[in-house]
Unconditional design. Sequence first.
Length: 364
Amino acid sequence: MELALSDPVPNRIYLDHAATTAMTAAAVDAVMSGMARWANPSSPHAEGRAARAALERARGGVASAYGWRHETLLTSGASESLGIALGRSVVTRRLLSAVEHDAAIRAGGESAWLPVGSDGIIDPDALRAALADQPRTLVAVQWANSETGVRQPIETVADIVHQAGGLLLVDAAQMPANDGLSDHADFIALSAHKRGGPPGIGALLVRDLATLRPSGGQERGYRAGTENLPATLGYAAALAEAEPVDRWAMLRARLDDAVRRSGGVVVADDSERHPAIASYHLPGVASAAQLIRLDASGFAVSAGSACSSGSMKPSHVLAAMGWAEAASREVIRVSFGRTTSEADVEAFIAAWRGVARATRTFAA
């Protein structure tokens, strides 16, 4: 039976790149190349060795993109990476910030919780207090929050964690590849499909394998299953292309200003945030109503993380920041990708202002 995919909906503007983003052309080409190398990388024959060599080159490309000189375990994505680190790290206690991704919360099980302020940022003094007399604690922190874009001060957090004898797990799935964690994190969870690579592939960067219990199988005995060569090649190819961080920052500044002038509120406005992720509150208009109206106008945005927004349940992230449930149900997320243009943002601003005018909250 032949299965056909429908063509993308034309004449629409996609602003939900934090949920997933399009594969780059180089990533698509690399995946297709990998599909032609169908031998098992664990096989000892010539075909298997050739597949292994290609896999290891791609693994090295992933590590290099993050300035990582330690172990790189290939996984199916950030959710699995978080599950491995939280479930099999050699610690006696787990401490998660209250604004972690749902995947970390699910994997964390019986974890302790670290509060954040109204700015979405971990309080260093609260972290020190939580780690007092708890020397073997794994602390899990999302580098850039997937709903608000708020960035945690990783260097400060790492210093506190390590001084207390703990380990630091950073969820870096939303952040463009860079070496900002290479001297600070003990584990880093990564995902390809957020960075222009294919879905179904990611990595767990590990500083010291002795801090992780093995499971047997592939990946040096830390993850069972035949390695996904095509996806790994696509992931490395995507990371080799720099993302337009400076352009994103300019576009988000323009959108932030327009939202303020249109009667809206920029969530965590005063915090350091991801240049391509922002959440906006339009008082009096439910998130669902905003999404319906914007979708009908040709815009794809979301009401928070895609892993939880389908249920339209209240955001635990905003609740942790002190938002009332009613207000949190009036927030949407807008996120940019490599293809987002100034024209896209200007068109969205016009649509947002249309929603604001309709509710008589338009300011300027």
